[in-house]
Design a protein around this ligand. Structure first.
Ligand SMILES: C[S@@+](CC[C@H](N)C(=O)[O-])C[C@H]1O[C@@H](n2cnc3c(N)ncnc32)[C@H](O)[C@@H]1O
Length: 338
């Protein structure tokens, strides 16, 4: 190789590195530290061979990857994650956005759903939890649950309801069906191992009025002190939706039509994981679940396919003064794998 040729090659390498550094948009300025296990999937003799590599992701800094969650989860190691908290497109045609087209089970294959579920279950540790949202208006969770139920290594724990008090209405004269003021959360765990369940994170508090009634009913048995401890979690009716004037929607001009409330995400993360656990959010949207997980001191990796929502997320994280590493899928391998 002559000198000019070698110089050209060096220049090219330098430019490529600079371009990738530019693409790897990070709000973090600190060095990375261990450790997220990421898996490299390769084709070998017609079979997929997985080589586990250690990625350099700081425990305290959330990582958001812009890309397809199936492809990204395929690169995470089997049994590496404690909680997968998924708010997928479940086909309710929300605000008629492209990613939430109605899914007709007779026409559309549920392949995408089955595939992300397979990856989510694979990356969970034994005893790990998969939570996913769905709607009472579609058969999404029915199909997803039947698919999960066929797996020998997962257990259905409960179907939860999040009931909100506002929204979901239209004018009575135009109504063709019931108003919808609830969403479904499916709770699955991997293997017959007692899963994390921090009940105190979902404890319900009695109102003063309710305390009076309880004290009057249970004279002698019920004490003010015991009521102050709260009661076990029940169906959640105490968390409102993020409305259009909410602070959470004010950080960016880009709006997300399906932003979940932080309180809801916080409750789910708090109950179903512990500090230091790894939480994967395959459909990160505007970053709600990521923010909650980070605030509760979990390690978190989020994946979002739409670059506009990634922009929105950046602004929202800034608004919350949270550092986050943002990676493009193509740069992620270079950036995350040592
Ligand atoms: C229901 S929203 C999640 C909203 C989120 N919970 C929040 O509070 O902002 C679903 C998100 O999944 C994203 N999405 C759709 N297909 C995806 C895929 N294959 N990989 C990653 N994200 C995807 C959509 O762009 C959308 O932002």
């Amino acid at each position: 190789m002559d000198d000019n040729n070698a110089k050209d090659k060096k220049d090219e390498k330098r430019k490529r590195k600079a371009k990738e550094a530019h693409k790897t948009n990070t709000l973090s300025t600190q060095p990375a530290s261990p450790s997220l296990v990421v898996q490299d999937k390769r084709e070998s003799d017609g079979e997929h061979e997985r080589a586990t590599k250690i990625a350099n992701v700081r425990r305290s800094v959330p990582v958001c990857i812009q890309g397809d969650c199936i492809g990204e989860m395929k690169r995470m190691a089997t049994g590496s994650c404690d909680l997968v908290l998924a708010d997928p497109p479940y086909g309710i045609n929300v605000r008629r956005v492209g990613w939430d087209k109605p899914i007709n089970p007779n026409v559309d294959a549920f392949n995408f759903t089955y595939e992300w579920i397979d990856e989510a279950v694979r990356i969970l540790k034994p005893g790990g939890t998969l939570l996913f949202f769905s709607s009472p208006c579609t058969l999404y969770s029915s199909y997803a649950n039947v698919h999960l139920d066929k797996k020998p290594d997962v257990v259905h724990r409960q179907t939860l309801s999040w009931i909100y008090s506002q929204g979901g209405d239209c004018r009575l004269e135009n109504m063709k069906q019931y108003a919808v003021r609830s969403e479904v959360i499916e709770w699955w765990t991997k293997h017959q191992i007692t899963p994390t369940f921090n009940a105190h994170c979902a404890t319900e508090r009695y109102t003063e009025e309710q305390k009076k009634v309880a004290l009057a009913k249970g004279v002698g048995r019920v004490t003010e002190a015991s009521l102050d401890k709260g009661r076990p979690p029940r169906t959640w009716c105490d968390i409102p939706r993020e409305n259009s004037r909410s602070t959470e929607r004010s950080y960016s001009s880009i709006k997300h039509p399906a932003m979940k409330p932080l309180d809801l995400a916080e409750r789910l993360v708090g109950v179903h994981s512990n500090q230091g656990d790894l939480v994967v959010v395959p459909f990160a949207g505007s970053g709600t679940e990521m923010i909650s997980a980070h605030k509760l001191k979990r390690r978190v990796v989020g994946i979002e396919i739409d670059p506009n929502y990634v922009e929105l997320m950046k602004k929202r994280f800034e608004g919350h003064s949270i550092e986050c590493v943002f990676r493009e899928s193509s740069a992620e391998k270079e950036a995350l794998v040592e």
